[in-house]
Write a protein that binds this ligand. Structure first.
Ligand SMILES: [Zn+2]
Length: 246
C-alpha cells in the first residue's frame, strides 16, 4: 500500500473553529491546510480519502475563506501522480463538511464510502452550517458504514464521533508503518495532547473525548502515527504529492 498526501489549499477562518473563547490567546483569524489522501492498494486500487473544497470557491454558510491555487486542485494533485479523477476506484469520506466533500462531483458514478450517521445528518432537514448539500448531492454507489472494520485490505474504518456524529477516520497499515488519519476528529496537536484544548466547532463534547481516548488506545495497540486533520505545523514537515508518505 502507498499513501500520498494531496495538498488541496487552505482555509482562513475564525479561531473559534479550532479553540474556545478564553482558552486561546492567538490572532483572531487562523489559516489551516486542507488535506486529501491517495491510497494505492497492493491489488492496484486507487482510493481517495476526502475530496477537499469546492474549486469554484467556498459556498458554505460560514465566514471562512478558501485559498487554492491551480496546482492545489484535486485534478492537478492527482496529475502529479499521473492520474485523473477517472482513475480513482472509490472515494472514502471522513465526513461531509464543505472542506472534505467539495470535490466529490469529480467522481460521479464511483463507489463512495461514508458512515450512515454522517450521511443521515447531511442529507436530513436543515443540516448544520458546514454542510453544503450541493457538495454531496452526487450520483454514485453510496456505501453506508455502521461501524469499524476493514473497507479494503489494510484500510480500516475507525468511527470517531464528536466533531460530527458520523466522523470516520482511517487506520492504514503501510509496509513497516501504521498511520491513523483522524481528519477532523482531531484538527491539530493542540486539540489532542498534552493539553487537549477542545475545538470551538464541536458537535458533542463527550463523544469527542471518547474518540480521543479511542485514538490513544489504538496508538498504543498498533504504534500508529497520527496525521491530524488541519495541523499547519505538522503539515509543514510532511512530504506532499508526488512524494509518498513512507
Ligand atoms: Zn475539515
Amino acid at each position: 500500500m502507498k499513501l500520498t498526501l494531496l495538498d488541496n489549499g487552505s482555509i482562513e477562518g475564525s479561531f473559534r473553529i479550532f479553540y474556545r473563547e478564553g482558552e486561546y490567546a492567538g490572532p483572531p483569524r487562523i489559516t489551516f491546510p486542507v488535506s486529501c489522501y491517495l491510497i494505492q492498494t497492493d491489488d492496484g486500487k486507487n482510493l481517495l480519502f476526502d475530496t477537499g473544497v469546492w474549486p469554484g470557491g467556498i459556498r458554505a454558510k460560514t465566514d471562512s475563506y478558501r485559498y487554492q491555487t491551480r496546482e492545489q486542485t484535486l485534478e492537478a494533485q492527482l496529475a502529479l501522480l499521473g492520474l485523473t479523477p477517472g482513475d480513482i476506484d472509490a472515494v472514502l469520506l471522513s465526513h461531509l463538511h464543505y472542506d472534505h466533500a467539495g470535490g466529490l462531483f469529480l467522481f460521479a458514478g464511483k463507489d463512495f464510502y461514508v458512515s450512515r450517521r454522517e450521511y443521515a445528518l447531511a442529507t436530513g432537514d436543515n443540516p448544520p452550517a458546514a454542510y453544503v448539500p450541493a457538495d454531496y448531492t452526487v450520483s454514485g454507489n453510496w456505501h453506508l458504514l455502521d461501524g469499524d472494520g476493514e473497507i479494503f485490505p489494510g484500510v480500516e474504518a475507525v468511527m470517531l464521533p464528536g466533531h460530527t456524529p458520523g466522523l470516520m477516520g482511517l487506520l492504514l497499515r503501510l509496509p513497516g508503518r501504521t498511520i491513523l488519519l483522524p481528519q477532523d476528529a482531531v484538527y491539530a496537536a493542540d486539540n489532542y495532547y498534552p493539553a487537549c484544548m477542545l475545538p470551538g466547532l464541536l458537535g458533542d463534547e463527550a463523544a469527542y473525548r471518547a474518540s480521543l481516548a479511542k485514538l490513544r488506545s489504538l496508538q498504543q495497540e498498533t504504534g500508529a502515527e497520527l496525521i491530524f486533520g488541519h495541523d499547519a505545523a505538522q503539515r509543514a514537515g510532511l512530504p506532499l504529492a508526488p512524494a509518498r508518505i513512507e
